[in-house]
Every structure is written in C-alpha cells, then in structure tokens.
Design a protein around this ligand. Sequence first.
Ligand code: MN
Length: 286
Amino acid sequence: MTSNPTVQSSSLETIKNREAAITQPPAQASVQTAAYTLVIADIHLQPEADHPINLAFKQFLVEQAPKAEALYILGDLFEMWVGDDIGALQYSAAIQQLNALTDSGTPVYIQFGNRDFLMRKKFWQATGATYLKEPYPVTLYGTPYLMLHGDALCTDDKAYQRLRRVFRSKLFAFIFLGLCHRRRLAIGNKMRQSSQKHSQNKSSEIMDVNASAVLKDFSRFPEVQHMIHGHTHRPAHHIIQQSDSNNIHTKPVLNRWVLGDWRPDAQIIKISHTGIELLTYPEHSK
Ligand code: MN
C-alpha cells in the first residue's frame, strides 16, 4: 500500500449538507423516531468545583443527557484520575451527577482517555456507568459505529505511543495505585504539566491521527463505515475516499467523526434513526 487515502475535511458549516448523503431510512415505528444517543469526549473536568467546564457538564447532564437513550463518553472525562479514592474527592459533584443520570434510567458508557485510565471498581459503582473497551464497535439504529478515544491512532508520535504502553500496563497501575495520596497527586500534576509541554512542542501533524492507523482499525471491523473519536480536539467530519489501489473494503466511503473538547462549548455527536450529526453544545453559543 503506497498511496495514501484522500482525506477531505469538511468545515462545521458544511456538515449539515453532507448529512444528506449518509441519512438512514426512517424508523418504522413513529414512537422511535425521536430516540437518539449522545456521544461526547474530552470534557477534561477540573478539580475546582466551580470551573466553567464543570458547570457546563452539569448543565448537560441535567438538561440534555436524560433525553437521550444512552450517553457515550469516549475518554478524558477527567483532567486527571490518579485513583478512585482521590477522584471521589476531586470530582464528587460529577460522580453524583452521573449517578443521578444512570439511576434515572439513562445508561452511561465510558472509555478510558490518556488522562483518565485508572478508574476502578469504586468509580463504576459510584457512578453506575459501564466501562467500554477500545475500540468499541456498536450498532445504533441499524448502523454500525466504531468508538475510541483516539490517542492510539496518533502513531506518528512514537514517544507518546511508547509512554502509552507503559502507562496502560497492569504493572504501572499496580505500582502507581499503591502509592500514597500525596505521591500520586504530585506525579499526576507533573504528568499533566509535561503532557501540556509535550503537546506544545510537537508539530500539529505529529499530534494528529495517522491515516494508515485509521484504515487499519476500519479493516478490523469490515461492517463499520463510521468511526467516532476525540482526543485531538479538532472537531470535524472527515470523509475518506478510497482509491482502488488501497481499497480495504468494498465500501467506497469511510467517515471519521471527531468530537471537540469543552471550553465550555463543545462539539458533540447525536445518533438517531436519521443518521449521525456533529452539533454545537450549548446550541445558543454557535
Ligand atoms: Mn485525550
């Protein structure tokens, strides 16, 4: 495979036009047509309770999420998670809000991000949320989707991928989670600073996803035409048109949907019987 796939990035303004091309057949039962699922990522909740991002997320959980059939959070819900004991103190409000949502009957599915991959049993018990492995294939309203945080796709950043393998190992988790509160907080803060520094010093190409890594994931799930991820904080709908020479499936077009972070406006995804769309939340702040 020598030639690269053509990747077209559409601006948010043109996404609405493109939806026409991927619209699904309407639902048969009219009662189902209003049903939808929401997908978000990279909220980066902050330890400061009154941070604007935390307030925006609370508003979202109270006003928007209960109307959805399910909520998927594709990693980096928290700015840093250094253990369930510390997380329960740092993010007590968000944990209660998530628990209220799952209690009220909206299931919440959460993937690990590069900043929050150490949630364990106490977190899942306290929130009622369900852990999702990565990448996660799921069929919603008749269409298969592949969900992942997205950092695993940034294969051009070799140093980061080496670190990722260490951090995600069972040995690292065992050693790190065995440290006292003070040490874990100190290491967490240091990692947060070095992650920011690392991002600032790298070119934007290196920090973005690698086109071959994207196709590799698509090839593992031949039924999937829509990939959804976050991590890069570059919300967009990318359409990948494959030439004959690199066509890995019989499908002519693959779609990569990228969620935005919350500052506190967000680009979030809504999936229903009519297809998938990238929306601004809150709506009034467009
Ligand atoms: Mn991330």
